[in-house]
Design a protein around this ligand. Structure first.
Ligand SMILES: [Ca+2]
Length: 400
């Protein structure tokens, strides 16, 4: 018999369904309900594939995530010059490909505005798909394994959808695909609008319904509103921020991460966090099925400060950084979103100790468990296997 203390008393609300589950469980112990919106187990989404171990957005990375138990894989989408959708985190492909080492493309180096910020490098929108296919992916984070650099191609959306099907068949699960429309306004300005291209490909695959294994996400608003009447596929409004204020535990805002860029362009001054008030969530519900806030909107992190206002080196490693923060009591965001019928998927979960708050004690499982217990509906992880293992531990807590 499980002890009740495993579940916060405030979250142990027995619905009719969960009472039925308890009853059906008979003498075999108590099964506690999931706190997710639809009462099913939280989803594990392979962030950019398996970004913790392989270069972002490669078929090899997506395959690894599926093998590691991910329910969904996440391709970020940008357009090539000839209008093909490829999986890259941003139009600027300088950091995620070996383009800089291709002398034949040296003259393509340029400076472009992305969401109002000047960036110099090579941009997918200046390359045909055939040219993109001559490039290879590289690991963009300097503290991660570079040994796979130069090995893998840049996949198209169709190739990602195909891998979800073929690898899903191998593991006996339906694998969802969670495409993000990257910088929609940038693509409109480049005359390479993403949305209809995305819908056409999803339609080719028969993905047009609410229960299709697809969820479309965006940091901008108007493109989701454009998509809403055109597809029943689930839509998720992402909510970003610039940085953390370790003193207040609040997310901070600075362009271009202060508000959706379509809002900036339209002269709207509200910030991202305005989307997360009850009124903001009700507005999202008009055109989306879920909200995708950055983690600290759900569990803020704070540092400890001395009387002079200096942040303390809590772990005693001689540096003052994220590892010296402590996770705070959760906000009401998950409950507020569930109240208006929105799912909550948050990001990004990473194994490296330098990316964990002090109170997780260097063990990423502790962070996952915190979010699972809060009723998160899904989370994006760079290490799907760790997310799945932590979920197994959570299921055990629930008696499942
Ligand atoms: Ca420290």
């Amino acid at each position: 018999m499980k002890v009740l203390s495993l579940i916060r008393p405030t979250t142990l609300v027995l619905t009719g369904l969960s009472v039925a589950i308890l009853a059906a469980c008979g003498g075999g112990g108590v099964v506690y309900p999931f706190q997710t919106l639809d009462g099913t187990q939280p989803l594990v989404i392979g962030h950019r594939g398996s970004a913790g171990v392989l270069p972002d957005h490669t078929l090899e990375g997506y395959t690894r995530a599926i093998q590691n138990g991910a329910d969904f894989i996440e391709p970020d989408l940008v357009a090539t010059k000839d209008g093909e959708l490829i999986a890259r985190h941003e139009p600027n492909i300088t950091a995620t490909t070996d383009v800089a080492s291709h002398p034949e493309f040296a003259t393509r180096k340029t400076t472009r505005l992305v969401d109002g910020a000047a960036e110099t490098g090579w941009f997918a929108t200046d390359f045909t798909l055939a040219e993109i296919k001559t490039l290879r992916a590289v690991q963009p984070l300097s503290d991660r394994d570079p040994s796979h650099n130069g090995k893998y191609q840049i996949p198209t959306l169709r190739e990602v959808l195909n891998v979800a099907k073929s690898e899903g068949a191998k593991v006996g699960r339906v694998i969802g695909v969670y495409p993000e429309t990257k910088h929609p306004t940038y693509h409109v300005d480049a005359n390479l609008k993403l949305e209809d291209r995305l819908l056409a490909i999803l339609t080719e695959y028969g993905y047009t319904k609410k229960d299709s294994p697809v969820i479309i996400q965006s940091f901008e608003v108007s493109n989701l509103q454009y998509l809403r009447p055109k597809t029943q596929v689930r839509l998720v409004q992402l909510v970003d921020g610039d940085d953390y204020d370790f003193k207040t535990g609040k997310v901070t805002f600075a362009a271009p991460f202060d508000r959706p860029y379509d809002w900036t362009k339209a002269g709207k001054t509200a910030l991202f966090d305005s989307m997360l008030t009850p009124a903001g969530l009700a507005e999202i519900k008009k055109y989306a099925d879920g909200v995708g806030p950055w983690k600290p909107y759900i569990v803020p992190v704070k540092g400890s400060f001395d009387a002079a206002g200096k942040m303390l080196d809590v772990n005693g490693d001689g540096a003052v950084n994220y590892m010296d923060t402590t996770s705070q009591a959760a906000t009401t965001l998950i409950a507020d979103a569930h109240k208006v019928g929105l799912t909550v998927h948050t990001w990004t979960f990473r194994n490296e100790p330098k990316r964990l708050a002090f109170d997780y004690k260097g063990d990423p499982k502790n962070e996952y468990l915190q979010f699972y217990r809060l009723g998160i509906d899904g989370l994006f992880s760079d290490f799907a296997d760790t997310a799945v293992a932590a979920r197994a531990a959570y299921l055990k807590e629930l008696g499942r």
